[in-house]
Ligand binder design. Structure first.
Ligand code: 13P
Length: 252
């Protein structure tokens, strides 16, 4: 049994005061929800404030990035220990926007995942192909390479604690969601790749989320698919009602 995960990636939206309002709305809207694991990932500046709002609720706190070093002279960076200390349990690693705009590589993703695990954080490792890669028939190979890089040197027990997110770049923020079949096929491929690289039993237990234009009106058909274990939501996580509606759709 894989418990569904519904995670909101707020990206660089919401000042701390706006974030508190949103977090309060989400806590209220989901107070009676049973089933999925729900996570919100506000920007760094709002983590402490949102952490206080969700403390004691069923909503978990996640960050959107971290540095791999324990500490050091890395101006502008944030460590896993810092995130743990303010109450984070999750951290997104390797989001395509970080790969695209900030030069994040598979090697970085690997180092960040190791650092997060060493501190007890659960990495949400993102993979996904661009439109050009899909059109060239290379989607499977690209995702496989990303997984190989991300998982390099990790023990099976470490991989067991990861959450994966398949986010096709062409579906992010475009309103062009992958069809449930496209998503399902890639999720199956990801699981098969993890089985090949790590272990079949571990592959069958890890959660693989879908991300890319998930909205209340398409969430159910995606989440109903057996291979899709939850969603990583951008735009629709910025309003309590739409995020809550997607979380409710995950009650299988
Ligand atoms: P959208 O839901 O806005 O397409 O964003 C998806 C995403 O990038 C989540 O990490």
């Amino acid at each position: 049994m894989r418990r569904p995960v519904i995670a909101g990636n707020w990206k660089m939206y919401k000042t701390p005061s706006e974030a508190v309002v949103l977090a309060k709305g989400i806590v209220k809207a989901l107070s009676s929800l049973n089933g999925p694991e729900v996570v919100v990932c506000p920007p760094f500046a709002a983590l402490t404030a949102v952490g206080q709002v969700v403390a004691g609720s069923r909503i978990g706190l996640g960050a959107q990035n971290l540095h791999w070093a324990k500490e050091g002279a890395y101006t502008g960076e944030v460590s896993a220990d810092m995130l743990r200390d303010i109450g984070c349990r999750y951290v997104i690693v390797g989001h395509s926007e970080r790969r695209q705009y900030f030069g994040e590589t598979d090697e970085n993703v690997n180092k960040k995942s190791c650092a997060a695990l060493a501190t007890g954080l659960i990495p949400i490792v993102c993979v996904g192909e661009t439109l050009a890669e899909r059109e060239a028939g290379r989607a499977d190979a690209v995702v496989e390479m990303q997984l190989k890089g991300a998982l390099s040197g990790l023990s099976p027990e470490q991989v067991r604690r990861l959450i994966f997110a398949y986010e096709p770049v062409w579906a992010i923020g475009t309103g062009q969601t992958a069809t449930p079949i496209q998503a399902e096929e890639m999720h199956a491929h990801i699981r098969k790749t993890i089985a090949m690289l790590v272990d079949a039993e571990i592959a069958s237990g890890v959660r693989i989320l879908y991300g890319g234009s998930v909205k209340p009106d398409n969430a159910k058909e995606l989440l109903d698919r057996p291979e899709i274990d939850g969603a990583l939501i951008g735009g629709a996580s910025l309003q309590a009602e739409s995020f809550a509606a997607i979380a409710r759709a995950a009650t299988k």
